[in-house]
Design a binder for this molecule. Structure first.
Ligand code: ADP
Length: 488
């Protein structure tokens, strides 16, 4: 592969913060290309021209006309810049031009033509890196694809004759696979031979993600443990066979975090700045959080924080099972989240039953999420599975040791507190397994006991605060992976 200075990478993604975001993919798409650029990679980001994206462009120039596909009208390629200054390429097409989210309308119903919307994105990702590219001024050596929405890029490229870009396919969430009726394959102009068990066919349907995993030169996912877990029946979501067959091409690279936005020394949302040398000031943030959420002003009672989607994945039903016992420890609980209506109601009822000890806010609130990280003593993440997870990294940076189920990225980013890890100064939280009410309560008890021992607690906080979760370190791993790819 070419040297780092010359390496050209097209980063194809369906979300990028702050232009369009539904989840962690948007944050990765904003941060990783910037970090790779700093390492000398010539990287451009490719996104669909949703109204939110088109409306945010400060400059734009049409650099190519993109041919249509059987089910898709011709489109334009627009060149612009991201707020970070990185070059941005936008696919402008009438099929993106509607109000609503990237995947769903205002009633949370999937757009009927998501196969076309993201088939086009995938197709353009491939087209720009083939000999006949309509944008000959810049041809990538590598297309970095993200999740099912760009899963067909490696499929289109597989059927190109002559030199072509190499492909990396990153799984951020295996739960979404982009499955559509078989007719989609024709509308997307895929060659008939692609629709087979060794191609994009998945139990009679077309699977974007399966296609990408089948044909990508390299597969990555967002933590080493999750890379292992997705090869098992338990967490492979039906793709474990394919993933274990390609395991020599599969790598787990832990995500980084935005260390500027999440910095207790300068976080504009929090009551009082602090750092590892001024941990006493964290107490002011605890008091402010207790006040804001209607919890008793009780400086010595350990306060558990939760910021999460309220879905089955996050295991918060198990936490709800033990809340009655948790408050007896004693401990307080502050929950911010939204999602499953039944779980929302359950937490609201718990807050009523334990007024002053348990507080719940339903909804999405960026400011409160920072205040919980800063004001809580412990941060609970009992996820059933977790590809990477971000909050456990934020909380270590905020001196709020996380209590996590030992799965996926949680396992890879939190060091369990034990005599050995306290001795070698690596302990940074509490890791437990299996995930059940008895074990969770036992571990809440264990962490509350540690909280009661001032010296242990300070050490745990400081160990977590000094860890490096920045993107700079992660980007080097992606660069090494790019460099190891054979030339096209
Ligand atoms: P996932 O992507 O599975 O939801 P992650 O831990 O990877 O989980 O990332 C979730 C991100 O969204 C975190 O930054 C978290 O703080 C944030 N978040 C989740 N729910 C809320 C909420 N209700 N209000 C504010 N931020 C939230």
């Amino acid at each position: 592969m070419a040297s780092a200075e010359k390496l050209k990478v097209l980063f194809a993604t369906s979300e990028i913060a702050p232009l369009i975001k539904t989840g962690g993919l948007a944050d990765v798409s904003a941060a990783l290309p910037v970090a790779l650029n700093a390492l000398g990679v010539d990287i451009r980001v490719l996104v669909p021209g949703y109204p939110q994206v088109m409306g945010a462009l400060k400059t734009r120039s049409r650099v190519a006309t993109l041919p249509g596909l059987p089910g898709i009208p011709p489109a334009s390629l627009i060149a612009s810049k991201l707020p970070s200054g990185l070059p941005l390429l936008v696919v402008e097409c009438p099929i993106y031009d509607r109000n609503g989210g990237p995947y769903q309308d205002a009633t949370a119903t999937d757009w009927q033509d998501n196969d076309l919307r993201f088939g086009l994105l995938s197709y353009v990702g491939a087209l720009l890196s083939t000999p006949g590219s309509p944008f000959a001024a810049w041809k990538p050596d590598i297309v970095h694809c993200n999740d099912w929405q760009t899963g067909l890029t490696p499929v289109y490229l597989n059927y190109v004759h002559g030199p072509r870009a190499r492909t990396v396919m990153t799984i951020h969430n295996l739960a979404f696979q982009g499955i559509f009726p078989p007719q989609s394959a024709n509308r997307l102009g895929l060659p008939p031979q692609a629709f087979s068990i060794d191609g994009v066919e998945y139990y009679g349907n077309l699977s974007f993600l399966k296609g990408g995993l089948q044909f990508a030169d390299r597969i990555t996912t967002v933590s080493p443990s999750y890379a292992r877990e997705i090869q098992t029946e338990q967490l492979g979501m039906g793709l474990q066979g394919l993933l274990s067959r390609r395991k020599d091409r599969l790598t787990g690279i832990l995500n980084g975090i935005d260390t500027d936005a999440w910095d207790p020394e300068s976080d504009p949302y929090i009551e009082r700045y602090y750092n590892a040398a001024r941990l006493a000031s964290k107490q002011d943030n605890k008091r402010a959080l207790q006040l804001r959420m209607g919890l008793q002003d009780s400086p010595q009672t350990p306060l558990f924080g939760v910021v999460s989607r309220l879905t089955d994945q996050k295991g918060l039903d198990v936490l709800a099972d033990i809340v009655d016992d948790l408050v007896e420890l004693p401990a307080q609980l502050a929950v911010l989240g939204s999602g499953d209506p039944a779980l929302q109601r359950r937490y609201q009822a718990l807050a009523q039953d334990h007024a002053g000890q348990v507080a719940v806010q339903i909804g999405f609130d960026e400011g409160l999420s920072h205040q919980i990280e800063a004001g809580a003593d412990l941060f609970a993440m009992p996820s059933r599975f977790e590809p990477c997870g971000l909050n456990q990294m934020y909380s270590q940076r905020y001196g709020t040791p996380p209590l996590v189920h030992g799965t996926g990225g949680l396992l890879d980013s939190v060091v369990d507190c034990s005599p050995a890890t306290l001795k070698d100064h690596t302990a940074s939280g509490f890791v437990f397994a299996p995930l059940d009410a008895v074990t969770l309560l036992e571990n809440c008890r264990r962490s509350v006991a540690a909280y009661g021992d001032q010296r242990t607690w300070r050490q745990l906080q400081k160990n977590g605060m000094k860890r490096d979760f920045s993107w700079e370190a992660r980007a080097q791993q992606y660069l090494d992976l790019y460099r190891a790819l054979p030339v096209g």
